[in-house]
Design a protein around this ligand. Structure first.
Ligand SMILES: Nc1nc2c(ncn2[C@@H]2O[C@H](COP(=O)(O)OP(=O)(O)OP(=O)(O)O)[C@@H](O)[C@H]2O)c(=O)[nH]1
Ligand SMILES: [Mg+2]
Length: 346
């Protein structure tokens, strides 16, 4: 196999002495809860340069035993619903309770190299300034439906750095909700007050994933509409079979702007945690998530290897044409591609 073809393969590279020293230094800084160390290690993990990413992966390998102790919360919703404002409000509430909070914001529209979501950073300014908080926007890298493909690793790193709660913000478009929900313990969907008798702005699939729906902007002129919308969502939720017997998803209200409803929402998160822990589902879910994550990395790596295989690339145009013009069945063409590919890597 070509060097570094699989991104998941980078940790297998061996590091030189200087790099090992660097790894040690970062691991120490992160264990000592130094924000600067965390920020720099994230930059390494997210780096598209293989030698930097390899250092990042090595840091992560060493810190893995220290991870897993945070509550992981995914927060999604349509653009402009108030996710960042909500997270800042909730984050500040948690900091007041004495918890340490890490916020990972994923911006699907930002370029891979960009610093991204300047606006969001500004909006979380108060939270960013707290010593107990760490706010990190990440470019999405255009994969996994808008969720930074390194978000999962960054989350583990933050856990090793002693953060008690990880809040992951993502815009609800495409596959991003599914990806985020597969890496968190609690999945919260923010919604706008919406008129009409039709439930707006949410797909049934997303509703099935949600542990909690929150109608935001329950203030000023939209307050009444927000309550009406909440009731509609609440009754819609009661028609869906919950994913856990221990938890019935509900719809609540918030005004992120006026910091209303946040305590009640946090209580719901805590109740959910207690309920799922008492049935053993909490750790069961995490085990499943890790296994699924391995498989998605494996699938992606295999696909990448297939796409970059020279023998496959050579045979592909003719095979595709043969299939289109019905000279061959798709099944036999697929089989030939697989034979080419597997035959070569043996
Ligand atoms: N009235 C009212 N306005 C709000 C509330 N929460 C957020 N806003 C406003 O809505 C706008 C968007 O808020 P953001 O927090 O940036 O929303 P977002 O969902 O993070 O937006 P994107 O990240 O761009 O998708 C801002 O002007 C906020 O001030 C709320 O509870 N009530
Ligand atoms: Mg935002």
């Amino acid at each position: 196999m070509k060097d570094g073809v699989l991104e998941g393969d980078i940790s297998a590279r061996s590091l030189d002495k200087d790099q090992n020293l660097l790894v040690e230094q970062y691991v120490e800084e992160i264990r000592a809860h130094k924000r600067r160390g965390v920020a720099r290690a994230i930059t390494l993990i997210e780096s598209s340069r293989p030698e930097q990413a390899a250092v990042g992966q090595s840091i992560l390998d060493q810190l893995l035993p220290d991870s897993g102790n945070a509550l992981r919360i995914g927060i999604t919703g349509p653009p402009g619903v108030g996710k960042s404002t909500f997270i800042e409000g909730l984050g500040l509430l948690l900091v007041e309770k004495g918890l340490r909070v890490a916020v990972l914001a994923v911006d699907p529209s930002s370029p891979v190299t960009g610093g991204s979501i300047l606006g969001d950073k500004t909006r979380m300014e108060t939270l960013s300034q707290s010593d107990s908080a760490f706010v990190r926007p990440s470019p999405s890298g255009g994969s996994l439906g808008g969720v930074a493909h390194r978000t999962r690793e960054v989350m583990l790193l933050c856990e090793a750095a002693g953060y008690d709660v990880i809040l992951i913000e993502t815009v609800g478009i495409g596959q991003s909700e599914v990806t985020v929900s597969s890496m968190v313990d609690f999945f919260l969907v923010l919604l706008l007050p919406a008129g009409g008798d039709q439930l707006q702005g949410i797909k049934r699939g997303v509703m099935e994933l949600a542990d909690l729906l929150v109608v935001n902007k329950a203030d000023g002129p939209t307050q009444l509409l927000a309550e009406k919308t909440r009731q509609e969502y609440d009754s819609a939720l009661s028609l869906i079979r919950p994913s856990s017997k221990a938890w019935q998803p509900r719809a609540l209200l918030s005004s992120a702007l006026e910091r209303e409803g946040l305590s009640e929402i946090w209580s719901a998160v805590e109740s959910h945690h207690e309920a799922l822990q008492s049935t053993g589902e909490f750790s069961q879910r995490r085990r499943e998530q890790s296994r699924n994550w391995m498989w998605s990395l494996l699938n992606r790596g295999l696909r990448e290897a297939l796409d970059t295989d020279p023998k496959v690339a050579e045979a592909l145009p003719q095979l595709e044409k043969d299939v289109q013009e019905q000279r061959r069945t798709p099944a036999s063409a697929a089989q030939e591609i697989l034979n080419d590919f597997l035959g070569q890597s043996h």
